[in-house]
Every structure is written in C-alpha cells, then in structure tokens.
Design a protein around this ligand. Structure first.
Ligand code: ZN
Length: 168
C-alpha cells in the first residue's frame, strides 16, 4: 500500500538524501530484472538485451527486480508533475508526446528513469516518475514549449519533488 507522504520545502536537489531503492552494493553480479530485462553489470543497471538474454539462461544469474520496477510495483514516485489549466485539453496530445519522448530520451542514459503512471483528469494531467530528475526534465520541457507558470517543491525529508505547471 502506498504510504502518505508530506512535502517539506527544500531548495534544490539535495545530494545527502538517498534513494532508498538504490542500495549500495545491494545487488550481486550478474543480476537480471525479470520484469524489464535490465542487467546489473559493472555496478550499474543497464539496458543490454543481448546480454540480458544470454544471462537469463545461465543458472548462476540472479533474477531480481531492478529499482525502477520495484518503485513501479510499490507505486512509490520520486517525482510528481501536475499539469493543469484551460489550455491543457487542446494541447493534450502534444504534451503527452513531449512527456513520452523525454522518458525515452532519458532511458538511453539512465534506464532507471521511468514514468510510473500518467493520470488524466478534467483539465489536468498527473505524471509520476521514478526519479526526481525525470520529473524536473518533464517540467522544464513542457514549460519551454508551452510557457505557462511552473513551481517546484522539494521534500526536505526524502527524495521527492512536486512540480506544478499551469496555464489557462
Ligand atoms: Zn526492471
């Protein structure tokens, strides 16, 4: 069950706050994520489908969910981008594409950056992400392409950023 989280204001991405899903030295090599196929190799999670395939068949390969799949399973976002306003419905398709493109672009660099879900309401779109940085990039790209106003709230206690974008 998702737990309730309060937001405390913080000024920027604070490096002392750790991602609880990135346990240091917590994964053995080789490990393959059974859900998305990422490989833990050279101390990093990476997308390498060929290697993933090969490792999957080996007995000594550990099958363990990667941090991104665990956050998605737990519905534990580290970024929440809320887009709202009268402007939104007419530009929904374009904005949705911007968001998906940004996710794909980011995944090439860091495959642990993913969208957990996108919820649509009336004149509203809420995007939950597995990392703060993906949420920040989504906010920035929507703001750059569509103007409007944007507001960032960082949590003081944990890795979580809330971004509110609005345009009427
Ligand atoms: Zn995974």
């Amino acid at each position: 069950m998702a737990r309730k989280r309060r937001v405390y204001v913080r000024r920027g991405v604070d490096p002392h706050l750790e991602d609880p899903y990135l346990r240091r030295g917590g994964y053995r090599e080789p490990t393959v994520c059974p859900t998305c196929g990422l490989v833990f190799h050279d101390k990093r999670w990476r997308r390498d489908d060929e290697l993933s395939h090969k490792l999957h068949r080996r007995k000594q390969t550990l099958l363990q969910k990667c941090p991104a799949c665990r956050k998605i399973e737990d519905q534990y976002p580290m970024g929440i981008v809320t887009l709202s306003g009268h402007y939104l419905p007419e530009h929904l398709e374009d904005i949705r594409n911007l968001i998906r493109n940004e996710e794909q672009r980011g995944a090439e660099k860091n495959p642990l950056e993913r969208i957990i879900k996108i919820e649509e309401g009336e004149r509203m779109l809420v995007v939950q992400t597995t990392t703060e940085s993906l949420a920040l990039r989504i906010g920035r790209i929507v703001f750059r392409a569509h103007r409007g106003s944007i507001d960032y709230k960082f949590s003081d206690r944990e890795k979580l950023v809330r971004i509110d974008w609005h345009r009427d």
